[in-house]
Write a protein that binds this ligand. Structure first.
Ligand SMILES: [Mg+2]
Length: 150
């Protein structure tokens, strides 16, 4: 039997955004106000979320796994920073498996692990695993669930 298709979001799922933001000069943060994700180079500062790397590696054995993320339209560097991040932290299991999209619902598949319903996630035709929700507060909770569904 072929593996089911799984998509994994990046920001606040694989990537620890608040930890990255805390490395930015407060003056620069202030200047960007509500749009800190538009700070050039900011994405390069982001560490992985706890247990995200091991979980991704395991999931990529259980599922046909892709990264499905959105990069800010006005921040060109975020688009290249994201591919660099994936190469640095996820390595071989993520090779040529990064999809950057503002329309996640156009991707066909069985599961999407995402912390938000934005950028098409709420219209995804498979099952949305709502990361950081009550049911799926962290990676161990997600892995317990996905282990049953491979
Ligand atoms: Mg996210």
């Amino acid at each position: 039997m072929s593996k089911k298709i799984l998509y994994v979001d990046m920001d606040n799922v694989l990537v620890n955004l608040p930890a990255g933001m805390s490395k930015v000069d407060p003056e620069i943060l202030k200047a960007y106000g509500d749009d800190p994700d538009e700070i050039p180079g900011i994405f390069g500062l982001m560490p992985p979320l706890e247990q995200a790397i091991e979980s991704y590696a395991q999931l990529s054995e259980w599922f046909n796994t892709y990264i499905l993320s959105t990069a800010p339209w006005k921040n060109h560097s975020a688009w290249s920073d994201k591919v660099k991040w994936v190469q640095k932290y996820l390595g071989k299991p993520a090779y040529k498996r990064l999809i950057l999209s503002h329309n996640k619902h156009l991707n066909l598949g069985d599961y999407l692990i995402d912390d938000r319903d934005a950028n098409g996630a709420k219209d995804f035709q498979g099952e949305w695993i709502h990361f950081k929700s009550e049911l799926f507060p962290d990676w161990p909770a997600v892995m317990d669930y996905m282990r049953q569904r491979r």
